[in-house]
Design a protein around this ligand. Sequence first.
Ligand code: NAP
Length: 265
Amino acid sequence: MTIRVVIAGPRGKMGQEAVHTVINDDNMELVAVLDHKELAPNLVQYEQFPEQYNVPVYTELHTLFDAVQADVFVDLTTPKVGYEHTKAALFAGVRPVIGTTGFTDEQLEELVAIAKTSGVGCIIAPNFAIGAVLMMKFAQMAANYFADVEIIEMHHDRKLDAPSGTGVKTAQLIAKNRVPHKQGNPEEHENLSGARGADIDGMRIHSVRLPGLVAHQQVLFGGAGELLTIRHDSFDRKSFMTGVKLSIEKVMELKELVYGLENIL
Ligand code: NAP
């Protein structure tokens, strides 16, 4: 069966890669894209894509869902609209695969509830790279033995949310195994606000934003006389496409929301 896919954010760095991935997959069909800017009615007129990419462009999601039969809705936009899009797709019965990061815990809880009530499958993956998922798993494992950890996540300087979805997800996985406690010197004082990074359960996350970077993270575990560093680098957005494809296929079998690629591997 061919899976009919819609992509929101086709001009973005991730969106462009996802358009190529879906169009070049024999088991998928890109039936429409959602762009908030009215640039052209079809992707053939977009300078980013080859002339043979004959895909209708919509600027309004409800109009798109009324006009096009779709199985899966892929969102690679911004946190604010990504959340609204996910809700709209769930209500329309089109399974969301969400790469957009930066949703709040309250938003995630609401989406979990909507997916459960409606019985519509949904995957939200803060990181589609298989190597990044393994980095998170290894970090969770290490937390059984090391209670002191700091996360340094590094991204390109156009990224909107901080800390990254991967950084937060890593901290949540570590928190399942780590003995909870506040790290560092109990008397420590920041002479410059933010110097010690963000606090999650007493762990610290530091966000680096620089041109030239794509998506990178290291998790540092400190113990008596030793340091364990677990590191992952995405040098190219192609690293995310295996996870995008896998999620599009797997979401067809789901009846509820799954958060994190590690739960479908
Ligand atoms: P980007 O290059 O800024 O692309 C975002 C695109 O969304 C832009 O083209 C933007 O259009 C478009 N957009 C904004 N509002 C829209 C709307 N209402 N409808 C349709 N399109 C809309 O960012 P990116 O690097 O591709 O990242 C996109 C998202 O994916 C971010 O949340 C990022 O954190 C996340 N991400 C996830 C993964 C993962 O593995 N899960 C990996 C990398 C990035 P304009 O150009 O007109 O503003």
